[in-house]
Design a protein around this ligand. Structure first.
Ligand SMILES: [Zn+2]
Length: 126
């Protein structure tokens, strides 16, 4: 069976979405992705590098390294929650709605971990 590109419900072979609502939500998603994909990539790259660099610095300058690590994890989580852009094969296999939800959940996990690290940072280094 063919499935709606947005919500994943089964639809007939002639359609791409189950209704106008799903079609509109899919377009909204692609527009958001187009508009903010650059911003997302930049923040993503900074955070992805910030995490290992933070770990590396923490081996000789604990406080600075741990702070960099904590904020990188938290900001990475935050940007994923605000702009949940799943990777292409997630969209293909889960369809947009589920892929976005799963991505946002992963982002929330990072954000919570980051906040915990920031709190630990304050407890241990201040
Ligand atoms: Zn649908």
């Amino acid at each position: 069976m063919k499935k709606c590109d947005y919500c994943g419900k089964e639809i007939s072979y002639m359609e791409q979405y189950c209704d106008e609502n799903c079609h509109r939500k899919a377009l909204d998603f692609y527009q958001l992705q187009e508009k903010f994909s650059k911003l997302f990539s930049i923040v993503n790259i900074i955070c992805v590098f910030g995490i290992p660099i933070g770990i590396f610095i923490s081996t000789f300058a604990g406080a600075i390294g741990f702070t960099l690590l904590s904020f990188s994890v938290a900001v990475e989580g935050l940007i994923i929650v605000i702009l949940p852009f799943p990777v292409e094969n997630m969209i293909t296999s889960m369809k947009i709605k589920k892929a976005v939800n799963v991505t946002r959940l992963i982002g929330a996990g990072f954000l919570i971990l980051g906040i915990v690290l920031i709190i630990l940072d304050f407890i241990f280094y201040l």
